[in-house]
Design a protein around this ligand. Structure first.
Ligand SMILES: NC(=O)c1ccc[n+]([C@@H]2O[C@H](COP(=O)([O-])OP(=O)(O)OC[C@H]3O[C@@H](n4cnc5c(N)ncnc54)[C@H](OP(=O)(O)O)[C@@H]3O)[C@@H](O)[C@H]2O)c1
Length: 381
């Protein structure tokens, strides 16, 4: 029998600004960030990087690549319906079978759009994750809220209790209109979202959401559960408190910032047979040439220069920055999949193509010798 991490690894894997900064990230001349170097053609689906073979293939998708759902929820700007649909269609056509969403993404909009797309797909053909932690409430007065744009029509409150968990999972199933949830993540239980009281919420989740998700896993209502967070502390605490299967670690494992995850998160995940899914592998766009780092505004000190240096080295080897960023996040053994978001079909195709580009070993060596990535960071072979 495979252990739980092997099981999930197969599952997820499986299943899989401004012009100036864009140019900067692209390097000079042939502009690698436009994917010319990696090639716009995605290539055969079988070429997507796979996870190790499993004794039991419970999910058909087998690639270390999926797609995020924030753009379906109108993050940063409104994504028109047809663009959202075309993006998903481009993913499907190119063999992407892992889709992530959340009730929070556009206050239900991301789940509604994704569910509409998946509605006629055989459930066994894809891997689907959503999240819990916020319950939505109809509220016609709500339009844009924070990074979520457009008419939202819902507000929310945090709820990490057992009853709130079951309600959230049932609400998601209704919005999605699909018969199964492969993974449910406990969303945003972090100091960044909840302030100093986050440990109280952790305690609520320890007694409420965590055992309830384990129960729902036993009942077969969900496949697996874990944390979907932008910090490391919460993941470590959850592995102490309960028996999660998987961590959706967003923002702490990427080209710019990865040492803490390498040193503290990954060893603990290995020890506990917990898989990692990497969210925001492009830093919400920065590593694809967008003038934006993550979700709070502002670019950290030194990041422009570091990005420029990495992009120039990549360019010398004929590779674009985005391709380096995406393959970097998928390389560690403990990572089951990386899930960049895509605004439209073109971005979806480009990101998929990045996963099959051949990156010379010398490029990774140079990044290490220049101190641009950690010496012990796994890189693709
Ligand atoms: N706490 C959590 O659980 C958590 C937190 C964060 C993320 N996540 C998950 O991780 C997924 C990915 O994160 P993310 O979408 O926020 O960030 P990301 O994948 O790092 O970046 C996505 C953004 O990069 C730009 N981009 C993507 N492909 C591109 C291309 N080929 N060319 C040019 N630009 C490109 C787009 O920016 P523009 O839209 O400006 O074109 C896009 O919106 C999310 O969708 C979500 O599923 C989870």
């Amino acid at each position: 029998m495979p252990n739980r991490r092997q099981f999930l690894t197969g599952a997820a894997a499986a299943a899989t600004a401004t012009a100036a900064p864009r140019l900067l990230a692209a390097g000079e001349g042939s502009s690698p960030a436009d994917t010319t170097a990696a090639g716009n053609e995605a290539g055969p689906i079988s070429e997507l990087p796979n996870n190790p073979p499993l004794a039991s293939k419970l999910f058909p998708p087998e690639h270390k690549f999926g797609v995020g759902g924030t753009q379906l929820g109108n993050i940063f700007e409104v994504t028109p319906d047809d663009e959202a649909e075309n993006m998903l269609e481009a993913c499907w056509e190119n063999g992407v079978r892992y889709f992530d969403t959340s009730p929070f993404y556009g206050m239900g909009l991301s789940e509604r759009r994704l569910g509409h797309f998946l509605n006629d797909k055989p459930p066994q053909d894809y891997l689907l994750s959503t999240k819990m932690g916020r319950l939505l409430k109809p509220d016609a007065s709500v339009d844009s809220q924070g990074n979520w744009k457009g008419d939202l029509n819902f507000s929310y409150h945090f709820d990490y209790t057992a009853a709130g968990t079951r309600r959230s999972v049932e609400d998601s199933l209704q919005r999605l209109g699909v018969p199964k949830l492969d993974i449910v993540y406990i969303h945003d239980l972090t100091p960044g979202m909840l302030g100093d009281d986050w440990r109280e919420s952790l305690e609520v989740a320890r007694k409420g959401a965590m055992p309830e998700l384990s129960r729902m896993r036993e009942e077969g209502i969900i496949g697996h559960w874990g944390m979907g967070v932008n910090n490391i502390e919460t993941c470590l605490a959850a592995m102490e408190a309960s028996d999660p299967d998987v961590m959706l670690q967003a923002t702490k494992y990427n080209l710019m910032d990865h040492e803490d995850a390498l040193n503290r998160l990954f060893p603990k995940c290995r020890k506990n047979d917990v898989s990692v899914i990497v969210g925001a592998p492009l830093g919400a766009g920065f590593l694809a040439g967008v003038n934006r780092w993550l979700y709070s505004g502002g670019i950290p000190d030194g990041y422009w220069e570091k990005r420029d240096r990495i992009a120039r080295i990549a360019h010398r080897h004929g590779i674009d920055l985005r391709t380096v960023a995406l393959q970097f996040t998928a390389a560690p053994d403990v990572v089951a999949a990386t899930i960049p978001g895509a605004r439209n079909a073109q971005q979806a195709r480009e990101n998929r193509a990045s996963m099959t580009a051949k990156i010379p070993a010398e490029l990774w060596q140079e990044l290490k010798s220049e101190g641009l990535i950690a010496q012990d960071a796994p890189t693709p072979s």
